[in-house]
Design a binder for this molecule. Structure first.
Ligand code: G3P
Length: 232
């Protein structure tokens, strides 16, 4: 399962890419608005250059198919790795069918059911984004929808990929991987939480203490500075 960052924050994206584990970004109007009033096109272009060639999803605001198509055609010119997010409704299906035939990549977003995903895939969407957390919020099983979509895409050997979205905590990432999601798009906070384990920190500290008990300040690589040693 690949990992995307679900954010429009440049510093967070730079850090994720620097770690070497982030291969794409998803944004939406709510995430962009968290960055304050920005030049949207400039921001998206910057994100595209940071994660290139990884895909960057950016959403249309129009609510009818002609408007979505017009917006998507313009957005698609901004960078080679742009993916246009189109909502999983009837107008969105119509727009996705047109855009996919023009080789404009679509992320079929705000998807909450297998039926919506079936139509998104039939319309030629590159990605389908079931929103796990928002389904959990209303007492449904968000990850079941991811599992159903992943099985359907696999069974029919379709090239459409499922992105587990609206991820809220590290357990969601584990469940998405087990469900067979191609991608999980995670908030930066969750990315940082994924690596945390107290036994790792305790283990690292103990290894250094044990080494120093016998070897003192001697280094494995003699030219290295003291600053790499954890002080007890
Ligand atoms: O990936 C979609 C995401 O941005 C929505 O997350 O937490 O607002 O449901 P959330």
């Amino acid at each position: 399962m690949r990992l995307f960052l679900d954010t429009a924050n440049i510093d967070h994206i730079r850090h994720g890419v620097e770690l070497g584990v982030i291969s794409g970004v998803t944004t939406n109007p709510s995430l962009v608005s968290r960055e304050g009033k920005v030049n949207y096109q400039q921001l998206v272009k910057e994100i595209c250059s940071i994660v290139f060639p990884g895909p960057v999803s950016t959403e249309v605001l129009s609510q009818d198919a002609p408007g979505m198509i017009a917006e998507a055609r313009e957005i698609a010119k901004w960078a080679d790795n742009i993916v246009v997010k189109i909502p999983a409704n009837l107008e969105g299906v119509k727009a996705t069918s047109v855009l996919s035939k023009e080789n404009i990549k679509v992320n079929f977003t705000l998807c909450f059911s297998l039926n919506q995903a079936l139509l998104g895939a039939a319309a030629g969407a590159t990605f389908i984004s079931p929103f796990v957390g928002r389904l959990d919020d209303i007492g449904e099983d968000g990850m079941k929808v991811v599992l159903d979509i992943a099985q359907f895409l696999c069974y029919y050997q379709l090239s459409t990929q499922v992105i587990a979205a609206s991820i809220r905590h590290p357990q969601h990432c584990i469940m998405a991987a087990k469900a067979g999601a191609h991608i999980a798009t995670v908030p930066y906070r969750v990315l940082l939480q994924m690596i945390q384990h107290p036994l790792t920190d305790i283990g690292v500290k103990r290894f250094i203490q044990d080494w120093r008990t016998v070897m003192g300040e001697e280094k494995i690589v003699p030219t290295m500075k003291n600053s790499t040693l954890v002080r007890s």
